[in-house]
Design a protein around this ligand. Structure first.
Ligand code: NAD
Ligand code: MG
Length: 381
């Protein structure tokens, strides 16, 4: 029995992880769950999966959940202490980081230090603290198993290729709901338009990130850390059908990729059972009904958030944190109708110019950079 803990069990990746558990009940057991504030769903999950521990970020909601679960033996914790306890719970073998945003850094680091393998969905953590996490994982001999569909595809493509030189990573992108649009056409797009992703159903933050293509920028940085390649080796390829989930081009020109339906349960399943495969009870890929696969270069001028990501990654140090924190803040402001769509990359660009640069930041310095970025944005917008 593999024992799993989940950070962010009530979200898109979290609920799909529980569906994978449901399909593999004899092999997977949930020992800890956590959520930001959705205690009604968390209570249902807790009653169904009977974990030892649940954690809620919001202190008040945690108190309410504790009362609601008083008839059970399930322990309820709150805040960062709760997240850290879920991440490090003694009985778990693997932590699924399905939480959104760089709030996931501390629990992910704590889990690695406790020897837990990580099924990593929470890309913001790797973008901002990859230089701490990757060496730490190596030192603690734990696996970082990608859940992000592109990175899972790359990971699958690299299976059995140890020692063979990667020429390029072909990181595919759907292009999001605004693919092909001009800068002017994006000026007045509404939150509802940006939330309509053509192929994937995901949490709100990553859906907006897909519309700005900042998501692909974060994924470039994620790929750099996971696969130890240079930025110049990562080519974003717009592929609107989202069938080829990404590929690796090797030194001999061979391109090995992974295709499938746009279903996150496959990369979750793969991460949980790696290196083995299990049956996924879901719709199968039907190449006949798809017919055509197309590929385009990304429009890095209109979607300049993607180009800013390459700049941030190139600068290194705390710049990816500035990039990420500015994006998290700007997306929240956009979802609250406080700024326009195109102000998201503008805020990122200004933050990257105005917030201080620091090389090789420690965890504390990363969190200080996040704070400084938030303060800068609040003082200007
Ligand atoms: P979501 O918004 O649907 O869910 C986020 C989860 O995190 C929820 O359970 C929420 O309660 C929890 N959470 C948020 N803030 C919290 C806090 N302060 N403390 C504790 N819990 C908190 O997001 P999602 O779409 O599932 O994405 C999760 C992560 O996975 C993100 O990093 C995203 O980029 C990545 N990802 C998602 C998808 C996808 O298909 N949804 C695909 C690839 C990668
Ligand atoms: Mg992805």
């Amino acid at each position: 029995m593999k024992k799993i803990a989940i950070l962010g069990s009530t979200g898109s990746i979290g609920t799909q992880t529980l569906e994978v558990v449901e399909q593999n009940k004899t092999e997977l057991q949930v020992v800890a769950l956590s959520a930001g504030s959705n205690i009604s769903l968390l209570e249902k999950q807790a009653r169904k999966y009977q974990p030892q521990l649940v954690a809620v970020w919001d202190e008040k909601k945690a108190g309410e959940l504790k009362e609601n679960l008083a008839d059970t033996d399930i322990k309820v914790l709150a805040g960062m202490e709760g997240l850290l306890s879920v991440a490090t719970i003694e009985s778990s073998d693997i932590l699924v980081t399905a939480i959104v945003g760089m709030i996931g850094i501390r629990p992910t680091i704590a889990a690695i230090e406790s020897g837990k393998d990580i099924a990593l969905a929470n890309k913001e953590t790797l973008v901002t603290a990859g230089h701490i996490i990757m060496p730490l994982a190596k030192k603690c001999n734990v696996k970082i198993l990608p859940v992000d569909s592109e990175h899972s595809a790359i990971f699958q493509s690299l299976n059995g290729e140890k020692g063979n030189k990667i020429d390029k990573i072909l990181l595919t992108a759907s292009g999001g709901p605004f693919r092909g649009k001009s800068y002017e056409e994006l000026e007045n797009v509404k939150v509802e338009d940006a939330l309509k992703h053509p192929n994937w159903s995901m949490g709100k933050k990553i859906t907006i990130d897909s519309a700005t293509m900042v998501n692909k920028g974060l994924e470039v940085m994620e790929a750099k850390w996971l696969f130890d390649v240079s930025l110049g080796q990562i080519q974003v390829v717009v592929h609107p059908q989202s069938v080829l989930h990404s590929a690796v081009q090797f030194m001999d020109g061979a391109v090995i990729g992974q295709m499938g339906t746009p279903d996150m349960r496959l990369p979750i399943l793969y991460a949980l059972f790696y290196p083995n495969r299990r049956t996924l009870y879901a719709e199968e890929l039907d190449l006949f009904s798809i017919g055509t696969l197309t590929f385009e270069r990304p429009d890095m001028e209109t979607f300049f958030g993607l180009s800013l990501a390459y700049d941030a990654a190139d600068a290194g140090g705390n710049m990816p944190t500035v990039f990420n924190a500015a994006n998290e803040k700007a997306v929240a402001m956009f979802l609250d109708n406080k700024i326009k769509f195109l102000e998201i990359p503008e805020i990122i660009a200004e933050s990257m110019q105005e917030v201080y640069y620091q090389e090789n930041p420690s965890l504390e310095e990363i969190l200080n950079t996040e704070k400084a970025t938030y303060e800068f944005i609040e003082s200007r917008w």
